[in-house]
Structures are given as structure tokens and as C-alpha cells.
Design a protein around this ligand. Structure first.
Ligand SMILES: Nc1ncnc2c1ncn2[C@@H]1O[C@H](COP(=O)(O)OP(=O)(O)OP(=O)(O)O)[C@@H](O)[C@H]1O
Ligand SMILES: O=P(O)(O)OC[C@H]1O[C@H](OP(=O)(O)OP(=O)(O)O)[C@H](O)[C@@H]1O
Ligand SMILES: O=C(O)c1cccnc1
Length: 489
């Protein structure tokens, strides 16, 4: 197809229905009504005990570019048939609202607002798709990366996924998500350039095949590179690959920095132990064994249990595609809207599944940290205006199984949201990626080990304050009464 329009903005990165709803609101004069939306997911991915929030920097990029371009308007005029008056409105549309959000790297849980948008209805509605698109992917990958890094421990985790990622943006932002959640490096050079992530890598089988000879390939690589990791499995790992790597390392001596060998197929436990033994016997005890080949947290744990001697793990496909769970399932729900009289009214979405009933109202999220132990007792969602810190003894109860409760005293109530936008202006200084990575580590540090284990972790409490819970019940009752009235008519 002939390219009629340039790809010069993010505004059309939305679902058509958002623009259609916006048109309805605008024609009906509802677009300026103050509204509050919350972005959250319900269920933690991968059966993990927590998720790692990521995506905020990209959201800021998106909001900073919140304006339809001339080409966007031309497209909407020519291909989508919107009227000139509405197009005029779109042309002048800017984001004027408020956004509060979790910080990137924050450990987060199901059913708590990760982002709150407090904006004129039209604006808040229009940004839904992009916000979900960004958070759903980046938080999913950051969480997967955190799981993998948890089992890798103090060894090195290298991100190798670009070639298998769902296209370029996914590779780039997925790599960033992996790094902020604890990965040590990436093979994606653009991610190195744009985000300052350390880049690392070895070489491919194609190089060995291009020289048609393993020894020649390793030697030529050594002639051109100081740091050398030789890929030893192209022909026969133990009979040819490792011996050739050792031979070249000996011949080049101090002229190269022989970092080690990479295994990419076969029985990685057995081969790593044998490679380790051969390297040690050859006088290279510091040479590392790198492994790759469809690795994830499960194979890594299993390889470790077999006594594998692997120092560095290269992880691609299963990380960057979130192989075992393709989507986080985060949603964006309206919780409050201004009425004709200018008064904010809560709004609720009812479901037969109690966990899917939304929690209405303007809310805040606090992490309740036990001051003595330094660990989190749970997250506590309040209505705006409540101050949990002023309570001596905080009652925390399960929002659906309310008989499950506990009292917490001597705690810090740490508010988890921070202001990102106020009156459409960016009021948040984006932290560096290194700061985010450090923050992610600290945030995870507040969790008991029981929530951190990768298999069958304990369920972390995300509770509602009594007022918030009462408000939800009142809203449910009001909707019920309304439905019954309609049913009786
Ligand atoms: N000792 C081991 N225990 C458990 N899993 C292993 C072990 N060694 C390797 N694996 C994993 O088993 C899978 C083997 O993949 P696959 O069957 O494609 O074979 P391969 O050895 O990689 O061969 P090739 O790349 O030549 O096709 C990979 O996911 C790898 O991480
Ligand atoms: O297995 P992953 O976790 O996805 O890690 C990335 C994989 O990409 C490369 O294989 P590929 O076959 O693409 O190229 P190669 O010929 O260099 O091995 C590399 O050797 C890894 O096996
Ligand atoms: O550098 C490597 O070894 C590498 C990079 C990307 C994918 N697989 C391996």
C-alpha cells in the first residue's frame, strides 16, 4: 500500500472505540466531566507472589507527546470519516489531568491501583489503551525477569531475547524491564545506547561454520577481540569445542582476556561439569562457563539441583516473550465521575465473581511496614482523606473473606503512589535506570521470603480499609436496589 501518512505520533495508538466514545462525550458535553480511572491487574502472573511494576517512563513519553499530528487528523478525516467540528476539537486536545502512579521497580500486587488518572473524561478515556499496552507488557517482563534472577542468584543473568521478541519495541522495552528487575546485561546494543544497560555477548554458530573450522574461527576472533567467550557446541562440545577454546586461550595468552566458553545445546548439567573440569585442569580456573538454550527459572533451578557448573546464564525466548503466560491482564476501570451538579459520584462494575467487582471511589495505597522487622505486613487501600499512620492499631482484613484479619501496631504506612502529572504538567523527575534497579531491590527487600519463593508463594495481603470496604458495599447495594426497581417496572 502506498504510504499516505507518516508514523509521526502515538495518539492513534489506541482502539477506535476510544475515539468513538470521545466523540459521544464531546457531542453530549460530557467530555470535560472530571473522572477517575484506575489501572490494575487482578491476578499475579506466573503463580508468582508479587509483580514488579514497569512502564512509567514510557507512559511519560506517551503523555509528553499527547497531541494529534496533522497526519493523524488527515487520516481521521479521510479514512475514518469524523466531522470537521470534532476534528477541530481533537486538533486542540491536550492532556490537562493528574496522574499518580507506583514508581517503576515497585513490588506490586493484584487488585491495587498501579496508576490513577484523574482527568476530564475524554482525556482519561483516550489514554486507556496505550497505558494498558505499556504496563501489561513491561510489568509482565519485569516480573518474569525477577523470577529468573531470583533463581540465578549471585551469578550473571544476560538478556538474549531480541531475536525472539514480539517485534522491536518489545525487545527494547522488555530488555529495559528485565534490567530494572535485576538482569545484569543485554545483548541488544540499541538498549545499551538508549538506556545505558551494560551490553554483553559471545559469538554465534554461524561464525564457526563460516570458517568451516572451529580452531580457525576462535583464533580469528581472538585476533580481533580482547574479551573472548568461545561457543563450543557447534560440532562436539567436549571432544572439539572445549579443547579448541583451551588451545586458543593458551596460544594467545595475555593478548586476550579469555573469559570462558558458552554451551548452547546438549545436557547442560553434564557438559558444564566436564567443561569446568577441563578448564581447571588446563590452568584456567577463572574461565567462566556460560550457558544458553531455552532457559527459564524452571530449567535453571533444575540444572542447579544437578550440580551444573554454570557461572553465567543467557536467557532469551522464555523471558522476552513471557513464554508461560502471554498477558498480565491489567485493566483500566472508572471508579468515580462528576455528575451534572459538579459533584463526584462513585461508580462500580458488578460481577458474579466477587474478585471482579471493582472498588469504587478515590483511593490511596499504603504499604504497611512493620517498623521492628522492616518487613511489609500487607498493602492497605483507603479512601482519599484517610490517614492510616494515625491509627495505633490498624485492622487489616481480607476484602472478600473478611473473617481473615489481623491487627498491626508499630508500623510505617508508606504511600505507594507518587504524583507524576498535575494539571497536565509533568511534576515527576524520572529516576535513572540504575536508581530504578536499586529501588526494585529495596522494594523486594521489604517482602518476607514466603512471598518471594517462585513456587507456591504465600498470598500477600492487599486489604481495604473499613471505610473503603463500607463504601464498596454501599455502592453494591445501591446498584442492586436500582436493578430491582427496573426489574419491577
Ligand atoms: N541437564 C539438563 N536438565 C534439564 N534440562 C536441560 C538439561 N540440559 C539441557 N536442558 C534443557 O533442555 C532443553 C533441550 O532443548 P533441545 O531438545 O532443543 O536440545 P538442544 O540440546 O538444545 O539441541 P539443539 O539446539 O541441537 O536442537 C533446553 O530447554 C535446555 O535448557
Ligand atoms: O535459547 P534462548 O533462551 O532463546 O536464547 C537465545 C538463543 O539465541 C541463539 O540461538 P540461535 O539458534 O538463534 O542462534 P545461534 O546460531 O547463534 O545459536 C543463542 O545461541 C541462544 O540459544
Ligand atoms: O551473545 C550471545 O551469545 C547471544 C546473543 C543473542 C542471542 N544468543 C546469544
Amino acid at each position: 500500500m502506498e504510504k499516505k501518512y507518516s508514523d509521526d505520533g502515538f495518539m492513534l495508538h489506541t482502539d477506535l472505540y476510544q475515539i468513538n466514545m470521545l466523540e459521544t462525550y464531546w457531542r453530549d458535553g460530557l467530555h470535560k466531566r472530571k473522572s477517575i480511572f484506575e489501572l490494575f491487574f487482578r491476578k499475579l502472573p506466573f503463580g508468582n507472589g508479587f509483580a514488579v511494576f514497569a512502564g512509567l517512563e514510557r507512559i511519560v513519553q506517551y503523555i509528553e507527546n499527547f497531541r494529534f499530528t496533522d497526519d493523524d487528523i488527515a487520516y481521521l478525516r479521510n479514512e475514518a470519516g469524523y466531522g470537521e467540528d470534532f476534528l477541530d476539537y481533537l486538533n486542540n486536545l491536550r492532556f490537562t489531568g493528574k496522574i499518580t502512579s507506583m514508581r517503576e521497580g515497585e513490588v506490586v500486587f493484584g487488585s491495587e491501583p498501579l496508576i490513577r488518572v484523574d482527568a476530564p473524561l475524554g482525556e482519561a478515556q483516550l489514554i486507556e489503551t496505550a497505558l494498558l499496552n505499556i504496563v501489561n507488557y513491561q510489568t509482565l517482563i519485569a516480573t518474569k525477569a525477577s523470577r529468573i534472577k531470583h533463581v540465578v542468584g549471585n551469578e550473571v543473568a544476560m538478556e538474549f531475547g531480541t531475536r525472539r521478541a514480539q517485534e522491536m519495541d518489545a525487545a527494547l522495552w522488555g530488555t529495559r524491564a528485565a534490567y530494572l528487575a535485576g538482569f545484569d546485561s543485554t545483548s541488544n546494543v540499541r538498549a545499551g545506547k538508549l538506556f545505558g544497560i551494560p551490553v554483553a555477548g559471545t559469538h554465534a554458530h554461524s561464525m564457526v561454520q563460516a570458517y568451516r573450522d572451529e580452531y580457525a574461527a576462535f583464533s580469528k576472533y581472538a585476533e580481533t577481540h580482547k574479551d573472548c567467550v568461545f561457543l563450543v557446541d557447534t560440532y562436539d562440545t567436549l571432544r572439539s569445542g572445549v579443547p579448541n577454546a583451551i588451545k586458543v586461550a593458551r596460544e594467545f595468552g595475555d593478548r586476550i582476556n579469555f573469559i570462558g566458553v558458552r554451551l548452547d545445546s546438549g545436557d547442560l548439567a553434564y557438559l558444564s561439569k566436564e567443561a569446568r573440569r577441563m578448564l581447571d585442569e588446563a590452568g584456567f580456573p577463572d574461565a567462566k562457563v556460560v550457558a544458553s538454550s531455552d532457559l527459564d527459572e524452571y530449567t535453571i533451578v533444575n540444572l542447579k539441583s544437578q550440580g551444573a557448573k554454570i557461572d553465567s546464564w543467557g536467557i532469551g525466548t522464555k523471558l522476552i516473550t513471557a513464554y508461560d503466560q502471554a498477558a498480565l491482564g491489567a485493566v483500566y476501570k472508572i471508579v468515580s465521575i462528576e455528575n451534572e451538579a459538579g459533584v463526584m459520584e462513585d461508580t462500580i462494575k458488578i460481577s458474579a465473581n466477587p474478585e471482579k467487582v471493582t472498588t469504587p471511589g478515590l483511593k490511596k495505597v499504603y504499604r504497611i511496614i512493620n517498623k521492628k522487622k522492616g518487613y511489609a505486613e500487607g498493602d492497605y487501600i483507603t479512601l482519599e482523606g484517610e490517614n492510616p499512620a494515625s491509627e495505633k492499631r490498624l485492622k487489616m482484613f481480607h476484602p472478600t473473606h473478611t473473617y481473615i484479619k489481623k491487627y498491626v501496631s508499630d508500623f510505617e504506612a508508606r504511600e505507594l503512589h507518587t504524583d507524576i502529572y498535575a494539571d497536565g504538567k509533568l511534576v515527576y523527575k524520572l529516576p535513572s535506570l540504575e536508581e530504578i534497579r536499586k529501588y526494585a531491590k529495596e522494594s523486594l527487600g521489604h517482602l518476607w521470603d514466603e512471598y518471594k519463593r517462585s513456587l507456591n508463594p504465600e498470598e500477600y495481603p492487599v486489604d481495604l480499609s473499613q471505610k473503603c470496604w463500607d463504601n464498596k458495599m454501599r455502592n453494591i447495594e445501591e446498584v442492586r436496589a436500582k436493578v430491582e426497581r427496573i426489574g419491577a417496572e
